[in-house]
Design a binder for this molecule. Structure first.
Ligand SMILES: [Zn+2]
Length: 304
């Protein structure tokens, strides 16, 4: 089977705010020639340094995936990379005038909409596939994380999450074809546990966040007074506390949306393999550290 590499037809711009930095940024997607792969370009810095989106350039994974090359970094690349890879784009320049991609609505929906608006076009060169011949495994026994790529003629993703949360339970999400990506995965928002959110807010670690760009999971029982205090932290009006559950349920599209979002992230991180893969990728309790370590293992196989 052989098919052609793809890029976009026209430049397209998108603006928004970084989640951790609170900085407003403009992203401009530009067509790129065959075999370019994915390149971020920091247009706000002298010399407009470029950062190749590959696993070896990952320097930080604690809250999001951060890339660094040529004395420049770009943070929270996973949602934009997921949209690009999920839509089957192989070559793209991603210009950005700041240190972090915009969080938008916490999903990759707006990236997908922009890229589709730009138009996706076939190029002259055949795509290169990396076919998994022998299972590649990343495992962390302490956290119970296991990510593996097993031989498969095609590409499929399967994700299971389990935070011992009484609200979320154990959730599974599956993607059997990238044809379903835009509809089934792209709109799935990131999520955060309220207990984590309070800590992050106090430490001033989320500046661009509000209640519309993450599902907020409320696990413990609060008093109305405690709940009002949380609303104050967000500069939101006080509302009636309805018990444990998803605080902003009106933003939720799918029942297993948290698992689907982890699948979205996993696709974004596997994009850093720099290749189209032929594999079934199965992840139990994935996260950016595990995902990118797993992709580094894949890169080692690819460059062998
Ligand atoms: Zn995410």
């Amino acid at each position: 089977m052989s098919d052609k590499q793809k890029t976009i037809l026209n430049d397209v711009k998108l603006t928004g705010t970084g989640l951790h930095t609170g900085k407003d940024v403009i992203i401009t997607f530009r067509p790129a020639k065959e075999d370019t792969g994915y390149v971020f370009r920091r247009v706000d810095l002298p010399g407009k340094p470029e950062i190749q989106a590959v696993a070896e350039n990952v320097v930080e994974t604690s809250r999001s995936t951060v890339l660094y090359q040529n004395n420049a970094s770009v943070a929270t690349v996973e949602h934009v990379m997921s949209a690009i890879y999920g839509l089957g784009i192989d070559n793209l320049i991603i210009e950005i005038d700041g240190p972090e991609t915009p969080i938008l609505d916490g999903s990759s929906k707006y990236y997908v909409d922009s890229l589709l608006k730009a138009g996706i076009t076939e190029q002259n060169t055949d795509r290169k596939y990396f076919e998994i011949k022998k299972t590649v495994i990343f495992e962390n026994k302490e956290t119970g994380t296991l990510i593996k790529a097993v031989p498969f003629d095609g590409i499929e993703y399967e994700v299971v999450i389990d935070y011992h949360s009484t609200v979320l339970g154990r959730q599974k999400a599956v993607l059997k074809s990238f044809d379903d990506y835009a509809k089934e995965i792209a709109p799935c928002k990131t999520f955060v546990f309220l207990k984590e959110l309070e800590i992050l807010l106090k430490n001033n670690q989320i500046k661009g966040g509000d209640l519309s760009n993450a599902l907020v999971i409320v696990e413990k029982e609060f008093t109305q007074k405690e709940f009002d205090r949380i609303a104050d932290l967000f500069n939101k009006k006080h509302q009636k506390y309805n018990g444990r559950g998803v605080l902003n349920e009106e933003y939720m599209t799918f029942e297993n949306e948290p698992a689907r979002h982890k699948l979205l992230d996993l696709i974004g991180d596997t994009a850093l393999s720099g290749m189209r893969l032929k594999a079934k990728i199965i992840a139990e309790k994935p996260g950016h550290f595990a995902n990118t370590e797993f992709v580094k293992l894949l890169r080692k196989e690819i460059t062998k």
